[in-house]
Design a protein around this ligand. Structure first.
Ligand code: FAD
Length: 381
């Protein structure tokens, strides 16, 4: 049996994340969303308080905590504002790849600036023609003397125009018989000659988060920028996503919780037909359904996180958690808009933003269909 009770330390972390988000996000969330504004100062403040890289080892400036603690922080940040939550949680996107597969020198060079809040990073896998099918990535890294020359394009890259460096999935061995042994992970600094990033605008949601399209034109990097083993990049990224998806599940739980809280406070204040909306049984049922789904999603996420913290990475459970939390947050945010009526459709109450933001949980780091494929494969094996 899994014990879901939070320790005193975990409760304190959750409380601190809640207070930080409520104190720091509220003033700027609407403006960052409307103007698609990335807030670097917020990243620094969060890093100073230890929220950035909470799960990274202490020797590289991290918090030394586990998956569970990062889930608690993700949940609280996304509950208050998913756009700003995404800015902070994604500041380290790719750091786990370095922690898992990097050399000591790479960890010192690339993790410390991130945990200090002096730089943010990203992971570049997706390409214009390679999304769910990761093994079809075509950006090439060709050996040249003591290094690689990189050519290609990456699409939808979080922190694309603000990141100091990226772990990039590149084709290094196109002739290998197995499509899963053709790629390598190479770290590329954004100040290298031939690197270009363009901001993608007009996203549906998480508009404070920076998303870019990257172009690599004869970008030269030294051999020491290889992360892990040559031609093992596909497997390294699958391992990486089996971990980071737990946190995406927590993001979904946070959005759903935030949407339900907003719905509850509205229907306790709004009167129609001479009664509070909260007194109508059909509305009460909807709150009961929301609360139950959120609890179920949270339990899946916590179970996946607690198991991972014990060294037992359960890919199917993680896929279930991410898929179910994604669906739960999209449904709950939609219900929250409906419960607000016309007020839900305009910006003022914030549920419109949560509704737009929620959809990303079903898309990034593996769409809900890919999660279901992982679950089904395991069930039918
Ligand atoms: C805001 C944002 C941030 C992102 N950040 C990053 C990032 O930092 N780094 C990065 O590398 N990528 C990032 N992505 C990309 C994201 O991971 C991809 O968009 C996602 O994996 C889907 O790929 P795709 O868009 O090419 O869709 P496709 O793979 O073309 O899929 C289109 C549809 O077909 C479905 N589909 C595909 N294959 C199958 C199948 N076999 N069976 C059933 N259905 C299938 C999909 O589920 C989806 O519904 C980001 C995307 C967004 C929108």
């Amino acid at each position: 049996m899994m014990d879901f009770d939070l320790t005193k330390e975990q409760q304190d972390i959750k409380k601190a994340a809640k207070e930080f988000a409520e104190g720091e996000f509220t003033e700027i969330a609407e403006e960052c969303d409307r103007e698609e504004k990335y807030p670097p100062d917020l990243v620094k403040s969060a890093a100073d308080l230890g929220f950035i890289g909470i799960n990274l080892p202490e020797e590289y400036g991290g918090g030394g905590y586990g998956y569970m603690e990062k889930c608690l922080v993700s949940e609280e940040f996304f509950r208050v504002d998913p756009g700003l939550g995404s800015v902070l949680i994604s500041a380290t996107f790719g750091a786990d790849m370095i922690e898992l597969f990097g050399t000591e020198e790479q960890k010192k060079s690339y993790l410390v600036p991130i945990t200090k809040g002096e730089a943010v990073m990203g992971s570049a896998i997706t390409e214009p023609d390679a999304g769910s099918d990761v093994s079809s990535v075509r950006t090439t890294a060709t050996r040249d003397g003591d290094g690689y020359v990189i050519n290609g394009n990456k699409m939808f890259i979080t922190n694309g125009t603000v990141g100091a460096y990226f772990v990039v999935l590149c084709l290094t061995n196109p002739e290998n018989r197995s499509r899963h042994n053709r790629h390598s992970v190479i770290l590329v600094e954004s100040d290298r000659k031939g690197f270009e990033a363009n901001k993608l605008r007009n996203k549906l949601g998480i508009r404070a988060s920076d998303t870019g399209e990257l172009t690599f034109k004869d970008v030269r990097v030294p051999k020491k920028n290889l992360i892990g083993d040559e031609d093992r990049g596909f497997y390294q990224f699958m391992d990486f996503f089996n971990r980071t998806r737990i946190h995406v599940g927590a993001e979904g739980v946070g959005i759903a919780q935030g949407a339900m809280e907003k719905a509850i406070s509205h229907l306790k204040e709004r009167m129609q037909f001479g009664k509070y909306l909260s007194s109508f049984q059909s509305i009460q049922f909807r709150i009961a359904e929301m609360a139950t789904r959120i609890q179920a999603a949270r339990n899946l996420v916590y179970e996946a996180a607690l198991k991972a913290d014990k060294g037992d990475l359960d890919h199917e459970l993680t896929a279930m958690a991410k898929w179910f939390a994604g669906e739960t947050c999209v449904r709950t945010a939609e219900e929250a808009v409906q419960i607000h009526g016309g007020y839900g459709y305009i910006g003022e109450y914030g549920v419109e933003r949560l509704y737009r933001d929620s959809k990303i949980i079903e898309i990034y780091e593996g769409t809900k269909e890919i999660e279901k494929l992982i679950i089904a494969r395991s069930m039918l094996r």
